[in-house]
Design a protein around this ligand. Sequence first.
Ligand SMILES: Nc1ncnc2c1ncn2[C@@H]1O[C@H](COP(=O)(O)OP(=O)(O)OP(=O)(O)O)[C@@H](O)[C@H]1O
Ligand SMILES: [Mg+2]
Length: 572
Amino acid sequence: MHKTDDERRNGQIVRVLSELAMSVQQVGSPSVVRLGFGPFELNVAERSLKKANRNIPLGGRAYDILIALLENAGETVSKAELIAKVWPDVTVEEGGLRVHLSALRKALGDGQFGDKYIANIQGHGYRFIAPVTRLPAERDRDSASAGLSNLPPALGRMVGRDDVVPEIRSWLRTGQRLITVLGAGGMGKTTVALAVARQASADFSGAAFFVDLSAVSDKEQVIGAVASAIGLDLRFADPEKALLDFLRPRRALIILDSCEHLIKKTAEIADTVLQNASGIHMLATSREALQVAGERVLRLRPLDCPPEQPGLTASQVLAYPAAQLFVERVSARGGDCSLSDDEAPIVAEICRKLDGIALAIELAAGRAAIFGVRNTVARLGSRLDLLKFGRRTANPRHQTLKATLDWSHDHLSEVERVVLRRVAIFVVHFTLEAAFAAVWEEGIGECEIADAVRSLVDKSLVIASNKFRKTFYRLLDTTRSYALEKLAVSGEHHSIAMRHANFSIQLLENKQDQYLRFAARGSSSGVAPRPSRKHPSRAGVELWSRRKRPHGPEIGGRSFSAVSGDVASFGM
Ligand SMILES: Nc1ncnc2c1ncn2[C@@H]1O[C@H](COP(=O)(O)OP(=O)(O)OP(=O)(O)O)[C@@H](O)[C@H]1O
Ligand SMILES: [Mg+2]
């Protein structure tokens, strides 16, 4: 049965559309039926060609040739193929093809003013050589239209963050165009960014896009990931130019989620967009800042935890977001959702031990739903258990704490890895001098160590705080547990523990007078807390020393008794 011309044309359109629709489905973006090249816009469904919003008249055959060339843009289409596509059921001479092709070229102004669209490949056929961009459908061109967003639906209630979300929104409203939500793995950065985007999308007429960079491993694919999220086909175009051309006239909010592993490339793109597309606002989430001019950083704090205070009741504990999250996740897993006053302090302890990290609390809640809170708090003492608490339903990076920390660790330099595992020997705070003493080795001098510590701070693996005009560093407990595992595996634990002990003693010998003043003042100084006999740092020194000298412990030839008691953790 012979197809009519219209049926054939429709078939062709369906092919183009179905291909476009497939990519659309993959990215969840709006339907796309427009292609752009040079100043032209081709509406595939309407069979119309526009230049600067003016209709360009084009005959049916010329239009079919254009479609056939665009379908294979960048590749040579032989004359025979073109004829077969445009006149599938009739025999047509090459002369006929040339006539319509020349009409098409005339309509495009091909070759005029340096614009070149169709190349004649001698002896082979024709090739469409200009970059082609897939454009959203006409009805979606104006970002004011609804339904443009590809934000994933919220899967549950966001706990806390009542201060952070409005703050970021207000920054967006006052013209801040690049905001980075910074924080350690699992802290809740993506959760916050999505909450902001859902609330702020109305300010962008619904044009809010989520770019999941965690799924991208190659920096060359970052632009492609952004383009996919906003529904732009870059197949035949110069990616960066096409992206900027597309974004320049638009107003939208773009979430760049999980930038840390592609930080340089993402920073470059964000910078270019900032400079070239004034209507585009970006909200990045990362464990490390982009460090682009114009970036505003919000360091996400852990969820607030109940304080260490005897006799806290269930309702007092549940006033804190960390405890709310824990209890909600326990009940979501089918566990007992009522918190008794008896168990409240245990839940408070779990939250504190997990540093208020949302992901860690969720993982612990999963365990508590099965084994109970008492059992869970007991297991938190074990580093291995803590890192292995798991769930299968999350993305791989969030299935265990170990996996989320691996994600950061995998992207560290070798020196950063050495520094991270060695500074894990410090139980509480450490100074740069302490890090030098614990980490130093041939080839890793003070400069390298200082740089690495700062870089670990940038990457949210080490926390820095200033007190008394001095910078103190520390690891979150979960990070420390992870790094201690690495230290044990490296076989360096013993030697680093010795350095730690030696450093402690040396420090105390040098600063005995100063220490005694601090000790007399007690922990209220905030610098030299009076550690208890249980203090792990002190216990470590003591244990090590006893093992060495059961009848009179010495470290490095010095009597342990000379530095006994709480002195062992001074400065740490
Ligand atoms: N405020 C919150 N309320 C409820 N759940 C939360 C909250 N914050 C985080 N979560 C949950 O904790 C887990 C980790 O959160 P999220 O993915 O936002 O962390 P992240 O900081 O983006 O982690 P990553 O650094 O790995 O990207 C998720 O399962 C999320 O649902
Ligand atoms: Mg995230």
